[in-house]
Design a protein around this ligand. Structure first.
Ligand code: GLN
Length: 262
């Protein structure tokens, strides 16, 4: 009797294991991000986004240690509309596009500038913001604009458009994984000027306004988009549909309104 009870218990455990494994497989199989919505079993599919949380106000670590900002609110709203579970992966900026290409990430959401070079390897959603590259210099710098950059040491973030621009201009470059480190290089006299996107530049400058300033000249105008794997046309459509809806109903403005004044 005792023996047959043990067998019954083993059978029940076995069936439970098989059931749990098949559930797990279903959710893992959904991580390609090729479609939106919940699975037939009711489990929400994951929307895995990659970002670099050193780029305020688009993404940064809040006081509670969570990743916050415009891109995060934007992607949370989109995930909700698509009935998907948002998963945020933090990494160096120069890893994001590669991970969208190899399928580790569904979306790159990191204030990513849409440009031709990137468009060869990933697709971009419609643009959701227009920014520009600016120069941060010490308050008493002799650099007044782009024409004074020759022969100076320029700090940039690796893989960012600021770096491409500095290379194009054939300047003497020092690259850092994070935009904040490029600013530190100027603060520590390891670089004469940092080139980066204007909104993060403003945030970094405000914290150190006694020592550094942003020059009024804008070096480029750039549009930010969400990066998606070229094979994931369905997700791209979903993102564009959500962005369109959010533009029309004011949700996007509300997100920008919340963070641009913080
Ligand atoms: N907009 C810049 C780019 O796409 C910088 C983005 C970033 O550092 N997060 O290269």
């Amino acid at each position: 009797m005792k023996h047959s009870f043990s067998i019954l218990l083993l059978v029940i455990l076995g069936v439970t294991c098989v059931f749990l494994t098949s559930c797990k497989k279903k959710s893992a199989g959904s991580e390609g991000g090729s479609a939106s919505g919940a699975t037939p079993s009711g489990i929400q599919k994951k929307l895995v986004i990659g970002t670099c949380a050193e780029f305020p106000p688009f993404e940064f670590f809040g006081a509670d240690g969570s990743v916050q900002g415009i891109d995060i609110d934007l992607m949370s709203a989109i995930a909700k509309k698509l009935n998907m579970e948002l998963v945020i992966e933090n990494m160096d900026f120069n890893q994001i596009i590669g991970k969208v290409v190899d399928g580790t990430l569904d979306v790159g959401a990191a204030g990513i500038t849409v440009n031709e070079e990137r468009m060869k390897i990933v697709d971009f959603s419609t643009g959701y913001y227009s920014g520009c590259q600016v120069m941060i210099v010490p308050n008493h710098s002799e650099i007044k604009g782009k024409d004074d950059l020759r022969g100076k040491v320029v700090s940039v973030q690796s893989g960012a458009t600021g770096e491409s621009l500095a290379k194009e201009l054939q300047l003497d470059i020092v690259s850092f994984p994070r935009a904040s480190d490029a600013v530190l290089a100027v603060l520590h006299n390891n670089a004469d000027v940092a080139i980066m996107d204007d909104e993060p530049a403003k945030r970094f400058q405000t914290k150190n306004s006694i020592r550094i300033k942003i020059l009024p000249e804008k070096l480029t105008v750039e549009v930010y988009g969400l990066a998606v794997n070229k094979k994931n046309a369905r997700l791209l459509d979903d993102l564009n549909r959500c962005l369109d809806e959010m533009t029309k109903n004011g949700e996007l403005d509300a997100i920008f309104g919340k963070w641009m004044h913080n």
